[in-house]
Design a protein around this ligand. Structure first.
Ligand code: TTP
Ligand code: MG
Length: 262
């Protein structure tokens, strides 16, 4: 079992890869199905070159896009922001808006599409030594699908089908992640930011929804008592104003980019 000591925002967090994640990797290394472009997402290319995948995670409006935009200017880093425009428009339909209007009916529709688009992002060709992604296929399942199901807004059969899909994908396709950067916020901060940015679909989101998402993130990335961790976690406190956040990103630059030397 390998351990990592990660320090962020003045606090020290002892992080370790959990044994379950180790199992997950073992299963992945026995991949039976490898679409031609899957190899492009691998950690080691041409036998020598080390590539790193960093996922930026956190509640809705925690500042993930801001973080990615900050690192976009760094050489050797390719940033992939979330395909939210696709979730708002698939062949003229808006599954994100539909899900917020009627989660019982449309939750599976949105989450099936989120899973597909996230998989597409993970498997796209690596064009730089370091890749930074907004979220991951893992949080789509462990946070959002889980939240819909546990809150009684997703029928059990929909949850079962989505889980079968997710298990098949993670068992048969290698999805390497080297570091998770967790932008840790209070649900109240996210609620304030949501109200300010006023994304049409999200006007209906109550504070309780953000509290549930927050709890699932804490269970997954801090308490580690729910779903397997695909990588070590670096926690960055993210309740601060934009100026202070940029400062925090700069202070953590080395630790984040060090994912490529591990
Ligand atoms: P976020 O992934 O949180 O993206 P964001 O741009 O709002 O975050 P940030 O400000 O930190 O950059 O969510 C985008 C929207 O998609 C949000 O309304 C939540 C929703 N969503 C789901 O409903 N299901 C999912 O699986 C995911 C990943 C997002
Ligand atoms: Mg964003």
């Amino acid at each position: 079992m390998c351990s990592d000591m990660l320090v962020a925002g003045g606090s020290v967090t002892l992080m370790s890869r959990c044994p379950t994640a180790g199992c997950l990797r073992l299963i992945q290394s026995r991949a039976r199905i490898s679409p031609p472009h899957v190899t492009t997402g691998k950690l080691v290319q041409n036998g020598m070159e080390k590539k790193a995948v960093i996922c930026i995670e956190g509640n809705i409006a925690s500042g993930k896009t801001t973080c990615l935009k900050y690192f976009e200017k760094t050489s050797n880093v390719k940033v992939l922001t979330e395909p939210i425009s696709k979730w708002r428009n698939v062949r003229g339909h808006n599954p994100l808006a539909l899900m917020y209007q009627d989660p019982e009916r449309w939750g599976i529709t949105l989450q099936t599409y989120v899973q597909l688009t996230m998989l597409d992002t993970h498997l796209s060709a690596m064009t730089a030594p370091i890749r930074m992604i907004e979220r991951s296929i893992f949080s789509a399942k462990y946070i959002f699908v889980e939240n819909l199901f546990r809150s009684g807004k997703m029928p059990e059969v929909d949850y079962a089908v989505l889980s079968e899909w997710f298990d098949w994908i993670t068992t048969n396709i290698s999805i390497p992640v080297d570091l998770i950067v967790y932008l840790q916020t209070s649900p109240q901060t996210c609620h304030e930011r949501l109200k300010q940015r006023c994304r049409e679909e999200e006007k209906v989101i109550p504070l309780e929804y953000l509290e549930s998402v927050h709890q699932l993130y804490e269970d997954w990335l801090i308490k580690r008592n729910s779903s397997p961790l695909p990588a070590p976690v670096l926690v960055i406190p993210a309740d601060h104003d934009p100026q202070k956040m940029l400062q925090q990103f700069e202070e953590n630059r080395e630790k984040i980019l060090a994912a490529s030397y591990r």
